[in-house]
Design a protein. Structure first.
Length: 117
């Protein structure tokens, strides 16, 4: 069993930065690939970034490539999403998820990011 808790969201001006954290409980965290998703009001949840269990491989949605960086610290059971050059269209609830072999096994409760102009 893995529980995920996101933090670090808030209100920021366009062009600013935020770092989201996703803290995991459970001894199996390091065996999971981890993903970040987001969902804006009235829109479907969309993929943002992913990182392999070792941290050696990362993937990004085209909309955030070059601005966001995903990383993890398995010793701290935490995955991060560094968000720079934020845009209004980045406004959403951000979720982290632990990805198993066939599906996302665990989800956090989400953290709100609001980017103002």
């Amino acid at each position: 069993q893995v529980q995920l808790v996101e933090s670090g969201g808030g209100l920021v001006q366009a062009g600013g930065s935020l770092r989201l954290s996703c803290a995991a409980s459970g001894r199996t965290f390091s065996s999971y690939a981890m993903d970040w998703f987001r969902q804006a009001p009235g829109k479907e949840r969309e993929f943002v970034a992913a990182i392999s269990w070792s941290g050696g491989n990362t993937y990004y949605a085209d909309s955030v490539k070059g601005r966001f960086t995903i990383s993890r610290d398995n010793a701290k059971n935490t995955v991060y999403l560094q968000m720079n050059s934020l845009k209004r269209e980045d406004t959403a609830v951000y979720y982290c998820a632990a990805r198993g072999a066939e599906a996302w096994d665990y989800w956090g409760q989400g953290t709100q990011v609001t980017v103002s102009s």
